[in-house]
Design a protein around this ligand. Structure first.
Ligand SMILES: [Zn+2]
Ligand SMILES: [Zn+2]
Length: 257
């Protein structure tokens, strides 16, 4: 069984296609998927997915790209996270690619999420883009390692991976690792220890080869696993077992069944 550790099934491209998405998951032996929240306004829909389906899980958090949305304080985040189907805090982090002025509110928001994760004992889902130094700095300053978590849709250097691993974090690869020109990222996928690897789709975005350019879905996480197996010269089954075990070890509030 494979697990998609990060997808957005509530987004317009995928919402309303639940039955087909779940059927394709079953067909490809993708047993579970984690539906990741990007703003509090969307949380009821994300949670509803996890409440309707035993094989879907939810997170709660506000993505660093989202401006002008509800800004939950620590108490509000903790209240939202206090639910059996919510297994993680995020996605959170920093993104200076879209907000080149590197606004202070992104860092404040990130700190609040790290504090919430430490307090409720649920791990972090961290997004970082064009902001690796500040992301790692805040993770250290706020003792994010106490909560643990994953660097999702990893696209950074080997040095950044090493620093995140040192903090006890997992590294998750998306369909980007299957792209022909992702040479540096392929090398990182060879380097990350097997017991810290996760796989994800980030659906509806970033469909892996051979579906590149189409609307992504959790079933296609298998192609990410296939590419990692090829890069590491290991049997697919080994990647399948390791990434699934890693998922349930990290997101310990989710149960395999
Ligand atoms: Zn992200
Ligand atoms: Zn995402």
């Amino acid at each position: 069984m494979f697990v998609d550790s990060h997808c957005h099934l509530d987004f317009p491209d995928l919402a309303g296609r639940e039955d087909a998405i779940l059927a394709a998951m079953a067909e490809h032996r993708v047993g579970h998927a984690l539906c990741v929240c990007v703003k509090v306004e969307d949380f009821p829909r994300v949670l509803a997915l996890a409440e309707r389906h035993a094989h879907l899980w939810a997170s709660v958090g506000v993505h660093p790209d989202n401006a002008g949305v509800e800004e939950p304080d620590l108490a509000r985040l903790l209240a939202l996270a206090d639910h059996a189907r919510v297994v993680a805090i995020g996605e959170t982090g920093l993104d200076y690619y879209w907000q080149k002025d590197a606004p202070e509110w992104q860092r404040e928001r990130f700190r609040t999420h790290i504090r919430a994760a430490r307090k409720c004992g649920k791990p972090l889902i961290i997004h970082t883009r064009s902001a690796a130094d500040d992301t790692l700095r805040l993770m250290r300053e706020e003792a994010a390692g106490e909560a643990g978590g994953v660097m999702h849709c990893f696209t950074e250097s080997r040095e950044v991976a090493e620093a995140a691993l040192d903090l006890g974090f997992y590294i998750s690869f998306s369909g980007i690792v299957t792209f022909k020109n992702a040479t540096e990222l392929k090398a990182v996928a060879q380097y990350v220890p097997l017991d810290r690897l996760l796989i994800e789709t980030d659906a509806p975005y970033l469909a892996p080869v051979p579906h590149r350019g189409r609307t992504n879905e959790p079933a296609w996480v298998v192609h990410v696993a296939e590419e990692i197996a090829r890069l590491r010269n290991e049997p697919l089954e080994r990647i399948e077992i390791a990434t699934t075990e890693n998922f349930f070890r990290l997101f310990r509030h989710a149960q395999a069944h």
